[in-house]
Design a protein around this ligand. Structure first.
Ligand SMILES: [Zn+2]
Length: 683
């Protein structure tokens, strides 16, 4: 079978370069490709292995041990030093977004361990990917649980499985490549930081380039083998160049001047920690090796900055991706200017391929103007303004400055009814892996949490029939019982906040923000994920996609402007959208929708006044039908009360709280909307 040739990919130059540099220097740490659908991202990734150097392995080892340095802990080992050596092509392993834990880390057969005393381990995808490429398409939709396992393995270079005291460990070092469509949700920051490089992939704009893409695609689909044959030579040349660069890498020098450029650029872009500096240095070294140079020069540093920094800048989730080229130029210039005793352009900084990066050009642009802070501080009305940056530009304010949040307080515990199966947390009741043991049961699948007393009790009556002779019980697979535990889970708390004119009275909005902020802090302590949808004027927007960063949510909330019409239905539908995507990503995390509103709904100028209310009712019914648990925080105030929030809560099948009931110590108890009496309307 022939994949599409790597050399034949058109218009994905950045992505191909980033993959090649990772192939030259796996220590760079992988690649994340962001871009819309239909840009040949996956085709390009899958094409990579054909140009990667072949891998020498111990024959028969399922963990791809290197014969020169076998893994001492290899489950298939120990390997004989004089064993024959096998060579196979580099491997690409795809991790499906919905894979089970067993599929990823491998599975231990507890049944065989107990009944036969055999440690039977079936390797998973992490073992298969060792010394190769692990590819995750739609990595932003990967279950949180798998993300954690992946992060652990990537950090340690090891996969570790433990079940009831039986454990297996094996080496798992791989080139991690992820692709994602940012419109479908962002990546957790911890996972984002794991990728050495990022590139944005978009379809080429030039008609001629597009034509060439289509032409090649048609030819490849028409006769894949013939098409691949046409590219054999190019592929060969590329593979040899990668192998040569890999061989040269160890001898490439990073001069002090280049290192200073790297650290200056990282400082200028206000990145977290030192990881960015390291990745940039490795990338610049790989690029120099790839370009056939023995020393890193300014062009290598520039390329490294473009690939290694965009996802490491400290910024808000909604800032535009990419890197400000002007700012990069400025930082490179600064590094040159600050050189200790040499002329700005250290030796060996000649731009080889005519790109003319002459950094010595002295122009007296205002170095201290700090344009950089425009993207660093935007939207951070939370007073978290960067201490390092120069005067932070205020966020664009369409109306009066946003109302500040009132002082937060301890919030009442809101829970999802029923018993969940989500990740450990401190909110709703759930079947969990930790928690206290409440019962035992016959396992539906392979046992991971053994209930030993119940297993012994199940085996005991059969001992005579099974012909027990010596010490110890005669165990059979059917005796196994697993523990049923109950604890608490974390949830996804999605806020749907009305920011329209009817809520806009400044004092009122401060109180609303204070209440939401209190619930946010509560969510942080309970290890929930949080997200926020807001609606005002013509539309609803996802102010914060579900994240574990409560700081980001708080900043969004503080900066939230208010005013305009009340598209309540749009807000609810948008919330339903967010929840639908989130359910794919993390099916066991149950959502709790918190709608903060006075229940009013208004449409555009011409529409009938009742239509928006009916639309909102229908949207609420849709959420209720999807089984979403919800709470309506009623923000209605004033002498004349319409009680619209009661109607909304009823349609949602959710709980109703008055704004002043959000606090944990408020005396009034919550009232289930279903049982809400009309008397609540005239409180
Ligand atoms: Zn081995």
């Amino acid at each position: 079978m022939s994949t599409y040739p790597f050399s034949a990919v058109v218009g994905m130059d950045n992505m191909r370069l980033a993959l090649v540099l990772n192939a030259v220097s796996p220590a760079i740490g992988g690649l994340l490709v962001r871009g819309e659908k239909g840009t040949a991202k996956s085709t390009t990734v899958r094409a990579l292995t054909a140009v990667l150097p072949e891998v020498a392995v111990v024959p028969g080892c399922r963990f791809s041990c290197d014969p020169a340095a076998p893994d001492p802990a290899c489950p298939d080992g120990p390997h004989d030093a004089s064993a024959p050596v096998a060579v196979r092509p580099a491997r690409l392993v795809e991790l499906p977004v919905g894979a089970s834990e067993d599929r990823l880390v491998g599975s231990l057969d507890l049944e065989r361990a107990l009944t036969e005393g055999v440690k039977a381990y079936e390797p998973g995808l992490l073992a298969a990917a060792h010394r190769g490429v692990l590819y995750v398409d739609e990595v932003n939709l990967l279950h949180d649980h798998l993300v954690d396992l992946l992060l652990d393995a990537a950090a340690l270079g090891t996969s570790y499985v433990e079940r009831e005291g039986v454990s297996v460990r094996h080496a798992a070092r791989f080139l991690l490549v992820g692709t994602m469509n940012p419109e479908e949700g962002e990546l957790r920051p911890q996972l984002l930081d794991r990728f050495g490089l990022t590139v944005d992939a978009s379809a080429p704009r030039e008609p001629d380039v597009r034509a060439e893409v289509v032409r090649r695609r048609l030819a490849a689909d028409d006769d894949p083998a013939a098409f691949a044959a046409r590219w054999v030579d190019e592929e060969q040349v590329l593979a040899e160049r990668i192998a040569r660069a890999r061989g040269r890498l160890a001898s490439v020098v990073l001069p002090d001047a280049a290192l200073r450029q790297i650290t200056t650029v990282c400082a200028a872009f206000d990145v977290d920690g030192l990881r960015a500096d390291l990745v940039m240095a490795r990338t610049a070294l790989a690029h120099a090796a790839w370009s056939g140079r023995s020393e890193v020069d300014a062009e290598d540093v520039r390329v490294a900055a473009r690939l290694a920094l965009p996802h490491r800048r400290r910024r808000n989730p909604f800032d535009a991706p990419g890197l400000d080229e002007q700012q990069l130029d400025q930082a490179l210039q600064d590094a040159a200017d600050q050189g200790p005793d040499e002329p700005p352009d250290g030796p060996g900084a000649g731009a080889p391929d005519g790109s003319g990066q002459d950094d010595s050009g002295q122009d007296d642009s205002a170095v201290d103007e700090g344009q950089s802070s425009v993207d660093a501080g935007a939207g951070a009305g939370a007073g978290a303004g960067a201490g390092a940056g120069a005067g932070a530009a205020p966020p664009p304010a369409p109306e009066a400055p946003p109302a500040p949040a009132a002082t937060p307080f301890r919030a009442r515990l809101l829970t999802v009814p029923g018993l969940g199966t989500g990740a450990a947390g401190r909110r709703s009741r759930a079947r969990t892996d930790s928690g206290r043991v409440t019962a035992s049961r016959i396992p539906a699948e392979r046992v991971t949490r053994l209930h030993l007393p119940a297993t012994l009790v199940a085996a005991a009556p059969h001992q005579l029939a099974r012909g027990r002779a010596g010490r110890g019980l005669v165990m059979r697979g059917e005796d196994l019982r697993e523990s049923v535990r109950e604890g608490r889970e974390g949830n996804l708390v999605l806020f749907c906040v009305d920011a329209s004119g009817s809520m806009a009275a400044r004092a009122r909005m401060s109180a609303v923000k204070g209440a939401v902020l209190s619930l946010l802090l509560d969510a942080y302590q309970r290890r929930d994920k949080v997200g926020m949808v807001t609606f005002r004027g013509a539309e609803a927007q996802v102010a914060l996609p579900p994240t574990s960063s409560v700081e980001a949510a708080a900043a969004r909330l503080q900066a939230l402007p208010t005013g305009g019409r009340t598209p309540l239905a749009a807000g609810l539908l948008r919330a339903a959208d967010v929840l639908r995507v989130e359910r794919m990503r993390d099916p066991s995390r149950r959502p709790l929708l918190v709608v903060v509103t006075d229940g009013r709904a208004t449409g555009s100028a011409g529409s009938a006044p009742t239509a928006p209310v009916e639309q909102a009712q229908r949207a609420a019914a849709l959420l209720a039908a999807a089984g979403v648990a919800s709470v309506v925080v009623d923000c209605e105030s004033g002498a004349v009360r319409l009680g619209l929030a009661v109607t909304l809560a009823t349609a949602l099948g959710g709980e109703l709280l008055r704004l002043d009931e959000v606090a944990a110590d408020s005396l009034a108890s919550s009232v289930r909307a279903r049982t809400a009496t009309p008397s609540r309307k005239v409180a």
